[in-house]
Design a protein around this ligand. Structure first.
Ligand code: 5AD
Ligand code: FES
Length: 345
């Protein structure tokens, strides 16, 4: 089955189900995923500097610690100067991709986002700018692209509409989120979709629907990590996503999408002290250390016990370098564009 998946980059639903529901193939899957990553990306691991620039959010997703309904957190926004300061620090440390991530915060109008993006773009023309600021209009996405943003992360969260409705209030929809992803692709962004493994009510059928959706979208990046509960959300008592299942999905994704950029996520590192290393050994080829000012890191808690909130940016980079080297892989300081992405202009 693993050979077939590697060769055809696809399986039947029933085969995917069998693969997802047992650990019998895990060792073989891990070896195949690692072989495919070596074929396509060698031992390279790409760095993305994550700047969490606002924890205000107008949405109320049931799983998320910065949801609107959480009145216990202290909200913050970084100014343009503070964001540029993070970039300066990151650039000096060797980062060539900046990911601006935030809640859906209406304070950051198109004008403000464009101003930030173009300021970064003109100071660091050799860097890629990634946005991760949720659902916006086609027109807005287009404006950010014109300002210099080239990549966009918007996890689809789940491709099953019934499951989606159990994770989100009724003012959000699966269809609209997916439409945003197709809009972004159409504009010319390198696009990242993704999901949480083990989110409440997730079934194997949901995961198969996710794989089918990803085949349709053909994203350049896929962000997956375990669901982890947050004490001030409705899902506070829900169990964490499973480590083995998360790794299994990473392996499956590497075989299905040999050129995709696949981060070993902070959530995976939070679930297990060596989670990111295991992710990188099962097809992962990206790490996203935190570049946010240490003063605000504690306030960007999507889930409990998030790692790296006490460290300085330079410490995080050094820590990850050691972790990556310890498993025979190497951080490279290039922009790390997806091999599958062809610029249309
Ligand atoms: N556990 C794990 N991941 C989470 N995210 C949000 N809340 C949680 C949580 N409790 C993920 C979502 C979102 C991304 C930024 O973080 O998938 O898209
Ligand atoms: Fe941040 Fe290890 S990556 S402390």
């Amino acid at each position: 089955m693993i050979k077939a998946l590697r060769q055809d980059r696809d399986l039947s639903d029933e085969q995917f189900r069998a693969l997802l529901e047992t650990d019998a193939y895990d060792a073989e899957l891990k070896a195949a995923a690692h072989a495919v990553r070596l074929e396509h990306y060698g031992t390279d691991v790409y760095l993305r500097g994550l700047i969490e620039f606002t924890n205000y959010c107008k949405n109320n997703c049931l799983y998320c610690g910065i949801r609107r309904g959480n009145q216990k957190i202290r909200r913050y926004r970084l100014s343009e100067d503070e964001i540029l300061g993070c970039c300066a620090e990151g650039y000096a440390l060797g980062y060539r991709t900046f990911v601006l991530q935030g809640g859906e915060d209406p304070y950051f109008t198109d004008e403000r986002i464009c101003s930030i993006v173009s300021a970064i773009h003109s100071r660091y023309p050799d860097c890629a700018i990634t946005l991760s600021i949720g659902e916006r209009s086609h027109e807005s996405y287009h404006a950010y692209f014109e300002a210099g943003a080239e990549r966009y992360l918007l996890r689809h969260e789940t491709a099953d509409p019934v499951h989606y409705a159990k994770l989100h209030p009724s003012d959000m929809s699966c269809e609209h989120r997916q439409q945003c992803l197709f809009d972004l692709k159409h504009i010319g962004y390198q696009v990242g979709a993704g999901l949480m493994v083990g989110s409440p009510f997730q079934t194997t059928d949901c995961l198969i629907a996710d794989l089918r959706f990803l085949q349709k979208l053909q994203p350049d990046m896929i962000g997956i990590g375990p669901f982890l509960s947050h004490k001030d959300t409705p899902f506070r008592d829900e169990p964490s996503g499973d480590l083995k299942l998360t790794l299994r999905l990473l392996g499956i994704l590497r075989l299905m999408f040999p050129d995709v950029l696949l981060p070993a996520t902070t959530a995976l590192g939070t679930l297990h002290p060596l989670g990111r290393e295991m992710g990188l050994q099962t097809g992962g080829n990206v790490v996203m250390p935190n570049l946010s000012p240490t003063a605000v890191r504690e306030q960007y808690m999507l889930y409990d016990n998030k790692i790296c909130t006490g460290e300085e940016s330079a410490q995080c980079k050094g820590c990850l370098e050691r972790r990556v080297e310890s498993i025979g892989l190497h951080i490279v300081s290039s922009r790390g564009d997806a091999k599958c992405f062809r610029r249309s202009v």
